[in-house]
Write a protein of this length. Structure first.
Length: 354
């Protein structure tokens, strides 16, 4: 039986517990911030809008950790200096996750994307090492507040042999509903922690936040070739022939969901892509996108897999459903066509994704 969503009072209590965790929890490393952000992102990818509990695999959390920390393991160059350094993510030395990622970066000199798909054995080894750190440290420490344990997210994690956690009823719903708020809270607290931990080295740097959280985009050339052929060189949005090189657009904008999944991409005119910017697409585009993935999703999966390109159609659908749910709750405007012709989101969008 499906569990109903949490009541407004229960949602407020969830936010209060999160706020208390930030205010009164102990933070000797940045792992707890990464864990909260990872859980929030995975709820978007795998959860729904019911109040059901949600199982989250430790392997998935470890993978999110790698993506979150990968950019942060690059040398940071404070403003007007030529000497870069690796930011400390622990008050007593360097965080183990950072050390594991640095080892992979120095050995192979690759992006996380290239490591995962071109060197799977090295990727699995890195993920296993990160998972070990996650299971031994932040998972059981996250919910400790003022020397007490407040198990409002999941049952106390003390057995490191477990390969997953199960979020309690209503928790995944709240992470999805308040994702943007929680992301701002988490990033703000993480930024302050890194600033405090690296005070002497940072000086008056003002660009630290962009360095920490500016997720790397991946090359889209191979996606473009597949999608251009699939769309017969026509723009997904205006349906006209693309006589220039064309571009690949994130159907759900990268700013809303910084994931790299093939079924979220469409081939477009550069002008259409620029005009759409960070808006969600209008109902007719959503309908065409859903129909494309309904009828040709498996075919595209095979083409992506042949090129070792990341894709996951069920997760992509979940993210899309979440994004339009968020838009409906704020009565957002959707992009229809160039010159910023917009339309207001209507509840009928749900019928399109059924």
């Amino acid at each position: 039986m499906i569990t109903p969503p949490p009541t407004p009072d229960e949602q407020l209590q969830f936010l209060y517990n999160i706020q208390r965790l930030f205010a009164q929890g102990r933070f000797t490393a940045s792992y707890k911030y990464a864990l909260l952000q990872s859980i929030a992102d995975l709820c978007v990818m795998h959860g729904d809008d019911s109040g059901d509990s949600l199982e989250i695999k430790l392997d998935d959390i470890a993978e999110q950790f790698i993506h979150l920390y990968w950019q942060q393991c690059r040398p940071f160059y404070p403003h007007q200096t030529s000497q870069g350094f690796i930011l400390r993510q622990n008050t007593s030395g360097q965080a183990a996750v950072v050390t594991h990622i640095l080892t992979s970066q120095r050995e192979l000199h690759l992006s996380a994307f290239k490591l995962k798909y071109d060197y799977p054995k090295d990727w699995v080894r890195l993920k296993r090492n990160v998972r070990t750190v996650v299971s031994r440290q932040p998972l059981w420490k996250l919910q400790v507040v003022s020397n007490d344990t407040n198990e409002f997210l999941y049952d106390d994690f003390t057995d490191t042999s477990h390969d997953s956690i199960r979020l309690k009823s209503g928790v995944a719903y709240c992470f999805r509903a308040f994702h943007s708020i929680l992301t701002d809270m988490t990033r703000g607290a993480w930024l302050r922690f890194v600033q405090t931990t690296n005070t002497q080295s940072l000086g008056n740097s003002t660009d630290l936040g962009e360095f920490l959280f500016n997720w790397q985009r991946i090359p889209l050339d191979k996606f473009k070739l597949i999608l251009r052929d699939h769309q017969e060189t026509r723009c997904f949005y205006c349906h006209k022939m693309v006589k220039s090189k064309g571009e690949v657009d994130h159907f759900i904008p990268f700013s809303q969901s910084p994931t790299h999944l093939g079924h979220n991409y469409v081939f477009t005119h550069k002008s259409c892509n620029l005009d759409k910017f960070d808006f969600l697409a209008a109902h007719q585009h959503l309908h065409e996108w859903a129909q494309r993935n309904l009828h040709y999703g498996d075919e595209l999966t095979d083409l992506f897999n042949e090129q070792n390109l990341p894709n996951n159609l069920p997760v992509t659908r979940n993210i899309t459903n979440w994004a339009y749910c968020q838009a409906e709750s704020t009565k957002a405007e959707l992009w229809l066509r160039k010159r910023r012709v917009m339309e207001t989101i209507q509840p009928s969008w749900r019928e399109v994704l059924v």
